[in-house]
Design a protein. Structure first.
Ligand SMILES: C[S@@+](CC[C@H](N)C(=O)[O-])C[C@H]1O[C@@H](n2cnc3c(N)ncnc32)[C@H](O)[C@@H]1O
Length: 265
């Protein structure tokens, strides 16, 4: 029987739980992109200005973001579909802090909570969701009125995916040679404007959004092979994007901060 993307994600992250933290520590362009994303997510959380906020880290992975939030004094709940990811998170958090952390194994498309969170962070998950509308509806439900959602998508129209010739050809001829649990070409990518429209329709107002990850890549091989070159290009474009907002729409990752309407139930 064909596995759906959710099952594939679960299997993939259960198998690769030992490597995820290392992806943030590696000295390469991918690690740079992940760390920039983390930086913006944490900034968005802090700018909500809710001291000791109750935060759901939806799809917490190995706790890279949860751990930082706990250190900053937030009351963090982590949920992930992959048991091994949760095990890693638990171990890291116990080693690095003595603050309480609540966690459970589960699917973010069906959450065992009511509207109890000040903030929900959903970082790096949307690529693996079968039905994004259903998941957004579920996230709205668990956020308090006037609470915040901080969520990331992979941009369908980023410079890197538009010019990723190898991936486009692979998709066209169905020859998927990328050796990882989930083929890159199966990742769900969305256009930023479609996604923002979905959030508005679901009961949010947009507060801020930012795109990043501007370098052109060709699968594992980079078009310009030196990682430092990619990082410098990326940094320059990130800087420029603060003056030219449309540049944000060309980044590989798109991060949105949205606020739930008071009367949205
Ligand atoms: C790319 S990792 C991101 C982890 C973390 N948020 C971070 O930014 O470091 C994606 C995580 O989402 C989890 N995941 C994927 N689909 C999920 C779902 N439907 N419900 C809960 N977790 C899910 C995976 O198990 C994995 O740990």
């Amino acid at each position: 029987m064909q596995k759906n993307i959710k099952q594939k994600a679960k299997d993939h992250f259960n198998k690769s739980s030992g490597n995820w933290t290392g992806q943030y520590r590696a000295k390469n362009y991918n690690a740079h992109v992940l760390n920039v994303r983390k930086h913006h997510v944490l900034r968005f959380v802090d700018e909500c200005g809710i001291k000791g906020a109750k935060i759901l880290d939806a799809g917490c992975g190995t706790g890279e973001i949860s751990l930082e939030l706990i250190k900053r004094g937030y009351d963090v709940f982590g949920i992930d579909i992959a048991l091994n990811m949760i095990r890693e998170t638990k171990q890291r958090i116990e080693e690095e802090t003595d603050q309480p952390f609540h966690f459970l194994v589960g699917d973010i498309s069906s959450l065992p909570f009511n509207n109890s969170f000040d903030i929900v962070c959903c970082v790096g998950i949307t690529a693996y969701l079968e039905n994004i509308q259903q998941t957004i509806a579920e996230l709205v439900r668990v956020i308090k009125p006037e609470g915040y959602l901080i969520i990331t998508i992979r941009n369908k129209y980023s410079i890197s995916s538009m010019l990723n010739v190898v991936s486009i050809i692979k998709r066209c001829i169905g020859r998927l040679g990328w050796k990882c649990g989930i083929e890159r070409s199966e990742w769900k990518c969305y256009s930023p404007w479609w996604f923002e429209h979905l959030l508005r329709k679901s009961g949010f107002e947009l507060v801020e959004s930012i795109g990043h990850g501007f370098a052109i890549k060709m699968d594992k091989r980079c078009l310009f092979s030196t990682k430092y070159f990619l990082i410098v290009i990326n940094k320059m474009l990130e800087f420029l994007s603060s003056f030219c907002p449309w540049l944000n729409l060309c980044g590989e990752m798109y991060i949105v901060k949205a606020k739930k309407f008071v009367n949205c139930e």
